[in-house]
Design a protein around this ligand. Structure first.
Ligand code: SIN
Length: 541
């Protein structure tokens, strides 16, 4: 018997309702919707979303979209900044595609009516960490929400696309070496959506940690289902923590955009020292991973679990006009930007790795494609440049859409038969308090596998996962149960990669290996599940 179940439930497709599509897209954030928008209009397309259409991580994106459109800027500058921040692990061809196709994506969003901010008739470009020029296109501090709203409107107008809300992807169905559809749960009922092409655009996995900017839906389901289906996952040790999340309890942790530092905000310790000035020439605008490390060290030194963002010199009216959502949120918490220092601490924000794809979104499984945060296209390397994430979603979803037609044609004949898959596994019958176990996992990951890692801390995480081996082989019938298994699966994957990489690079910081080791580690860690459900790890250039 397999070590871990291939599917999370027993089923027989011949007993389940089946619907058929040309393309199924999992996820309704920027990548999923943009892909649906660009697909050939003759295709019957389904967009699936876990809760409501607009409830996605995209909606929370404040800062904006990076694109080299400024007068003094160039595609080459954007390329260089992305490569530099990625610390030697970006795929140059992927970055080339990202930066070259960015300006066209901005033009398209303008055509769709996204009301980007302008100054003197030109797009008002913000500066963010790691960028050598102002190049972040934005709508005040609610860019993601505007992009999401306009893409939803655009896709809703397409007669070939159907939207399916409150639907959970339990697993990707595979037949031999190709993906043939999805096993779904809706209203406690299993069903099948069949299609020759499945596009994963299911976002990230911030909920693996107790402190995250990601919404509760970000449980990494896309990564976990791809892994169980045999997809290769790459660079999963590179989880980016955002430096400036408002330090108050609650999930998601409210993000205070990097754009605020771009407009001049300072980070200070409890004694009022701008500690980043002494360490980096760019001070608060050093790349995110570096800012987070210094914050962490300062917090340790000053024996505090937070530091402060200081906007008092920026002018209240200016702040309120540029950042209305952040301003209101701070007021809700009794914080006045003109008078108060804002408590901040790092929060898990973005998975730079993911399901490994080529430049057109193909994975190693035929018919399975991926784009957006769930994918590892190679553009981020060891650390993502600020505001390159919405951009990646836009650029690579378009590339996926262009490629889909060929993928379908190549395997059309094999799709003719009705889907017949029967799966039986001897699931364990143990009791688990799902909510409690999820919290314990998040706290364990945050404390021992979060910003700072070591052999010892990662071993603590492994012990925790090992003790829950039975939970991973349990037969659940609820979304929260499936999410727990997905999170446990990802914890094992992420920790394996973290332990393997014996160096510090980008957002992966090891206390016991504090330096970059280019001789050994200009390489990627690839993880997949073999036919017996065993994890295999490969280190590749
Ligand atoms: C932010 O506004 O700081 C977040 C933007 C990003 O994650 O790129």
């Amino acid at each position: 018997m397999r070590q871990t179940p291939r599917y999370l439930v027993n089923f027989d497709t011949s007993e389940l309702p089946q619907e058929e599509f040309d393309v199924i897209i999992v996820g309704s954030g920027v990548a999923g919707l943009s892909c649906a928008y660009h697909l050939n209009k003759s295709l019957k397309v389904a967009v699936l979303t876990k809760t409501e259409l607009s409830y996605t991580a995209t909606r929370y994106a404040q800062g904006g979209i990076a694109a080299a459109i400024g007068e003094k800027d160039s595609i080459r500058n954007h390329y260089n900044d992305t490569i530099e921040v990625g610390r030697g692990l970006c795929d140059p061809a992927a970055v080339e595609a990202l930066v070259a196709e960015g300006p066209d994506c901005i033009d398209e969003l303008k055509r769709l009516g996204v009301p980007f901010d302008h100054l003197k008739g030109q797009l008002n470009l913000g500066l963010e960490a790691g960028h050598s020029f102002p190049r972040v296109v934005h709508t005040k501090d609610f860019t993601g929400s505007e992009v999401e709203t306009h893409l939803v409107d655009a896709v809703k107008g397409l007669s070939n696309v159907s939207m399916h809300e409150a639907i959970f992807v339990v697993d990707i169905l595979t037949d031999k070496d190709r993906s043939v559809g999805l096993l779904l749960l809706r209203d406690h009922q299993l069903s099948i959506f069949k299609a020759p092409v499945v596009v994963l655009a299911a976002g990230g996995m911030g909920q693996l940690f107790s402190v995250t900017t990601n919404p509760p839906i970000s449980t990494g389901d896309g990564l976990a289902v791809a892994y169980r289906a045999g997809a290769v996952l790459a660079d999963t040790e590179f989880i980016q923590f955002h430096p400036t999340a408002l330090h108050v309890s609650g999930s998601p942790r409210f993000l205070i955009s990097e754009a605020v530092r771009g407009e001049g905000a300072h980070i200070i310790d409890k004694n009022g020292n701008r500690f980043l000035v002494d360490v980096y020439p760019e001070a608060e605008l050093a790349p995110r991973d570096e800012v987070v490390r210094q914050m962490f060290l300062t917090m340790r030194e000053t024996d505090q679990d937070h530091v402060y963002l200081d906007c008092r010199h920026m002018g209240e009216d200016k702040f309120k006009t540029r950042f209305p959502v952040i301003y209101e949120k701070l007021v809700e918490h009794g914080i006045n930007v003109a008078k108060d220092q804002i408590p901040i601490s790092p929060a898990a924000h973005y998975m730079s790795g993911g399901v490994k794809t080529d430049l057109d979104g193909r994975t190693n499984i035929k018919g399975l494609m991926a784009c957006g945060e769930v994918a590892c296209t190679g553009v981020h390397g060891a650390n993502r440049l600020a505001s390159n994430s919405l951009l990646e979603g836009l650029v690579f979803s378009r590339r996926v859409a262009k490629t889909v037609e060929n993928e379908r044609r190549a395997d059309k004949d094999k799709q003719a038969d009705a889907l017949k898959i029967e799966y039986r596994y001897d699931f364990k019958q143990v009791k688990a308090d799902i909510i409690y176990e999820r919290q314990r996992l998040q706290e364990t990951m945050q404390r021992w596998g979060g910003v700072l890692r070591s052999d010892e801390s990662l071993s603590t995480v492994f012990r925790f996962i090992e003790e829950r081996k039975d939970v991973s082989s349990m037969g659940f019938d609820s979304i929260s149960g499936f999410e727990l298994i997905n999170l446990l699966t990802l914890a094992r994957i992420v920790n394996t990669a973290c332990l393997k990489r014996e160096e510090s690079r980008g957002s992966h910081w090891r206390e016991d290996f504090p330096y970059e080791d280019d001789d050994t580690w200009l390489k990627h860690i690839l993880i997949e599940s073999d036919e017996d459900g065993r994890m295999t790890v490969e280190i590749a250039r």
